[in-house]
Ligand binder design. Structure first.
Ligand code: ZN
Length: 199
């Protein structure tokens, strides 16, 4: 990194905090930004501000949206009695791509991971339980990842939900153990959804 250029170093430091970005990539990104015409870098900065100002969590399912209630939760043609629980907004998109699921979702924004200090309070468990307690839910499908954290979370939630006499199912993973749901192809995901089993 250029000596004496604190602005460049600060920019690279910011990038290096992003998921999956190492120090070298962060430096490349910083050099790329300063090579851009002024309008381009201003548009990028504005896009970042817009996204962080406008995007928020749906007050029902916690997916990211620009509305108070996301389009899926607001859709009267969907089955609001079937809730598919996913870890991340990207997982929801992956299931939507199959075009087979007609229920609604709940986005946890993570998974329980005691080693990383992530407990039920750090993800949207409270919000999910409030939806179930409000009634009208027939089935909750656990579509968390098939790694240790995903399994722990599914098991934890199924125990919490049990007293409500709501059917709890788990995706039948043809997906290799330990893999991220969001990277599964559509056929695999459709099968996993169809073959879901009781927990
Ligand atoms: Zn929603």
């Amino acid at each position: 990194m250029a000596q004496g250029s604190t602005a460049l170093k600060r920019l690279a430091d910011r990038f290096s905090r992003m998921p999956g970005i190492g120090r070298k990539t962060a430096q490349r990104m910083a050099y790329y930004i300063i090579s851009l015409p002024k309008e381009e870098s201003a548009a990028l900065a504005q896009a970042i501000l817009d996204a962080s100002e406008k995007v928020r969590r749906c007050s029902v399912c916690c997916d990211l949206t620009e509305e108070e209630i996301c389009p899926i939760c607001a859709d009267g043609r969907r089955d609001h009695g079937t809730i598919c629980v996913v870890e991340q907004p990207q997982d929801l998109l992956a299931i939507e791509r199959t075009r087979e699921f007609r229920g609604v979702y709940h986005v946890l924004h993570g998974a329980i991971s005691p080693l990383d200090g992530i407990g039920p309070e750090q993800i949207t468990v409270k919000e999910l339980m409030a939806r179930i307690a409000a009634g009208g839910v027939k089935e909750v499908i656990m579509a968390t990842d098939s790694d240790t954290e995903g399994e722990t979370t599914a098991l934890y939630l199924s125990r919490l939900i049990k007293p409500f006499a709501v059917k709890v199912t788990r995706l039948a993973y043809g997906i290799p153990v330990g893999s991220d749901l969001q990277y599964a192809d559509e056929v695999t995901l459709s099968r996993a959804m169809e073959g879901r089993r009781d927990m």
